[in-house]
Design a protein around this ligand. Sequence first.
Ligand SMILES: [Fe+2]
Length: 282
Amino acid sequence: MTDKSGIECCPPNCRHLDTVAKGLIAVSLIVDIFMCRKDNYGYLIHDPATGKTAAIDAPEADAIKSALNARGWTLNDILITHHHIDHVEGIPALVAAYGAKVTGPRAEADKIKGLDVLVSPGEAVSVGSVDLLVRGAPGHTLGHIVYHDPVGRHLFTADALFSLGVGRMFEGTPGPMWEGLVGLKNLPDETLVYCGHEYTVANAKFALSVDPSNTALKIRAAEVEKAREAGRFTIPISLGMEKRTNPFLRSDTPELAKAVGLPANDPVAVFAALRKAKDTFS
Ligand SMILES: [Fe+2]
């Protein structure tokens, strides 16, 4: 399908037509979403103004190559969020095939092979004419970064923030992890969240166990169940919806404090208790 500018446009989950309608085509990314490995999300972001394309993480080279071929795009950049193997394994094959430039977290440079450009929170990365801001979200890994397009309102969170959940706290501590999430939570509600895994149904079960009276959560849980049964993605999701339904982002509410038996004035302690409870939830 083509839009009125004659540019190839696209299927489900694409916001291109929306952004064209708003006259934002020169600064809006096209986001292509596909599955990699077992439950990783693959994302290609494409700047129609310049034709430049980047992959967010490199979970699986073959799946990313197939997505590029389907669009007729080539790969200019790979933007890495953290060092886990299911986010970096495709780097060598993609660099060999496309000569893509690889950008990743300076704090994890010793753990990721093949980084060409190192970035820290507060810096920016360009994909064609689009600037993505780098934000820190430590906890899942210590140097975990996320990429934020403030104009198109896209937020690529990998394993720092899932829909209805957050990544397991492998390396960090609750305080900095909560602070990183607060930084994301302060972004506009309209921001679209693209996370690293399709874990939403399992996350919804835990969320309902600690926040059973939350009407928005009940509705979202039913929707994601239906979406997965129909083989649809639960991503992207608006940050506004996550603020209303993700129990970890609601660690500063009386409801969630009560759920873990703590006073309502210590969100870090509530967040830590929720994260611990999720580790053993089944
Ligand atoms: Fe991870």
